[in-house]
Design a protein around this ligand. Structure first.
Ligand code: FES
Length: 112
């Protein structure tokens, strides 16, 4: 479904994402990416919870897990895996890197 060319997309200045928090970055009309900083390591996932309309950036992190602010479902930021009820579907994740002080992620071209 999401096969095809990837575009390396500049998302946000790394310094604007505090340790242990996430920031939402809209990349298209359909997709907002959440950029999380976990002890200096950055992760990019879809921002919207797979269980509802919640923004995961408005939740909180515990280690490599993000907790949804609405029903407290949890996901593993490293691979998007759902970790507890009520979430059952994984998050989309996007390979990312820090370059020249900014966080970049590989976003499928269809999402740009
Ligand atoms: S909306 Fe996220 S767990 Fe329900």
């Amino acid at each position: 479904m999401f096969e095809g060319a990837m575009t390396l997309t500049r998302l946000i200045d790394a310094t604007t994402v505090p340790d242990g928090e996430g920031r939402a970055v809209p990349v298209s009309a359909e997709l907002t990416v959440a950029v999380f900083n976990i002890e200096g390591e950055f992760f990019a996932t879809q921002d919207q919870c797979t269980h509802g309309k919640a923004s995961l950036c408005e939740g909180w992190t515990e280690g490599f897990e993000v907790v949804c602010p609405v029903h407290e479902g949890r996901f593993d930021l490293r691979n998007g895996a759902p970790l507890c009820f009520p979430v059952t579907d994984p998050l989309r994740t996007f390979p990312c890197q820090v370059r020249d002080g900014a966080v970049w992620a590989e976003i499928p071209r269809a999402d740009n």
